[in-house]
Design a protein around this ligand. Structure first.
Ligand SMILES: NC(=O)c1ccc[n+]([C@@H]2O[C@H](COP(=O)([O-])OP(=O)(O)OC[C@H]3O[C@@H](n4cnc5c(N)ncnc54)[C@H](O)[C@@H]3O)[C@@H](O)[C@H]2O)c1
Ligand SMILES: [Zn+2]
Ligand SMILES: [Zn+2]
Length: 347
């Protein structure tokens, strides 16, 4: 089969690789029908994720058709159309029993395209198939369901639910990439009074308006603090969501929240960041962090199928699997190409 293989920082190729086989009896082999690229894959290619070693097949999002199952797989059958989630769950450990699959102690968590070979391939091996895949509902198209593999649960769980968005809230979202946009879309489900999107790129702010932001702020030339103060009688945002992953944007997200407000960090941080407790100790804030667990995937599936969420809106570019190199180029230059999510499908 062919796969997108990582060859160390800056190097990757769509090349011949051995077709995966069942190793554990809870494994399934899934034929990949649609797959996408995540910002995290770009981090890996820069060498920011040293756990990913040369020779690894990248990718942690897919929709596909089950090609083979191990003897211990109970609910997934050959021929089923499944969503492959970015988080694998053993289903039995302490954290899985608590719905915290991202923290799985039994060999799951974020392993695809990280610790084991991933989904950017013609076939992928999925451990713990019963608890790590979701049946694609009849009538759903692959690409809308593919958005549930990572970005929609991440924005919803780590941003909106951790941030405890309530009706009437003013919600600030720093960073309007796919994750920030997913948080904006998820926040809208709770009828906030305002959703303020903050980014440096006007293309991303235009997208934010489509996804439900009613106020957009270009951080390079406008003062988000002043704009939010005006909306909130000087108090600050009820919920402030960080969706970039830098010290400056984290600090901004913290400063935008009102006393008693929630600050939900989603961004992956590679550097230490100062938390100004000398100012914050008396402000009664709640600060949350999180790796996505994907425990809301069934809820999000229902919201997509009932057209409460338009997941296909994220998809800006289409390719076939053998166009992986080109798709990476388009996705990596999102500022110029306007890419949000690129979808690669079997020809
Ligand atoms: N916690 C999790 O489980 C989880 C899961 C997936 C992704 N992530 C992380 O979420 C973050 C966002 O992911 P993404 O795919 O949307 O990334 P992205 O790079 O596509 O988007 C980031 C956005 O932030 C904007 N930005 C950069 N600097 C800014 C600044 N100073 N002020 C305002 N905006 C600024 C960029 O213009 C861009 O639109 C990343 O750090 C990613 O690794 C976290
Ligand atoms: Zn991802
Ligand atoms: Zn587990």
């Amino acid at each position: 089969m062919k796969a997108l293989v990582y060859h160390g920082p800056g190097a990757k190729a769509w090349e011949e690789a051995p077709k995966p086989e069942i190793i554990g009896d809870t494994d399934a082999i899934v034929r990949v029908d649609a797959v996408t690229i995540c910002g995290t894959d770009l981090h890996i290619l820069k060498g920011d994720v040293p756990a990913v070693t040369a020779g690894r097949i990248l990718g942690h999002e897919a929709v596909g058709t089950v090609d083979a199952v191990g003897a211990g797989v109970k609910t997934v059958k050959v021929g089923d159309r499944v969503l492959v989630s970015c988080i694998t769950a053993c289903g039995a450990c302490r954290f899985c029993r608590d719905g915290r699959y991202g923290q799985c102690l039994g060999g799951g968590g974020w392993i695809l395209g990280h610790k084991i070979d991933g989904t950017q391939a013609e076939f992928v091996r999925i451990p713990f198939a019963d608890t790590s895949t979701y049946q694609v509902p009849a009538g759903a198209n692959d690409e809308q369901i593919l958005m549930l593999a990572d970005i929609l649960p991440t924005g919803y769980e780590v941003g909106v639910l951790n941030g405890a968005v309530q009706p009437g809230d003013v919600v600030a979202v720093v960073g309007a990439g796919p994750i920030g946009l997913a948080a904006i879309m998820g926040a809208r489900l709770f009828s906030p009074s305002h959703v303020v999107a903050i980014d440096l790129a006007d293309t991303r702010l235009d997208a934010a308006k489509q996804f439900g932001a009613d106020v957009v702020v270009n951080n390079s030339r406008e003062d988000a603090g002043a704009i939010i103060a005006e909306l909130t009688g000087g108090l600050g945002a009820d919920v402030s969501i960080e969706a970039v992953g830098t010290p400056a944007t984290f600090d901004q997200a913290v400063r935008l929240a009102r006393p008693g407000g929630h600050i939900a960090n989603i961004g992956v941080h590679g550097e230490p960041t100062t938390l100004h407790l000398e100012e914050l100790w008396s402000r009664n804030i709640t600060l949350t962090t999180g790796l996505v667990d994907t425990y809301t995937t069934p809820t999000l599936l229902r919201l997509v199928m009932s057209q409460q969420l338009d997941a296909s809106r994220f998809v800006t570019h289409h390719f076939t699997l053998d166009q992986f190199e080109e798709a990476y180029d388009v996705f990596a230059h999102a500022g110029d190409t306007g890419a949000l999510k690129v979808v690669l499908s079997r020809a």
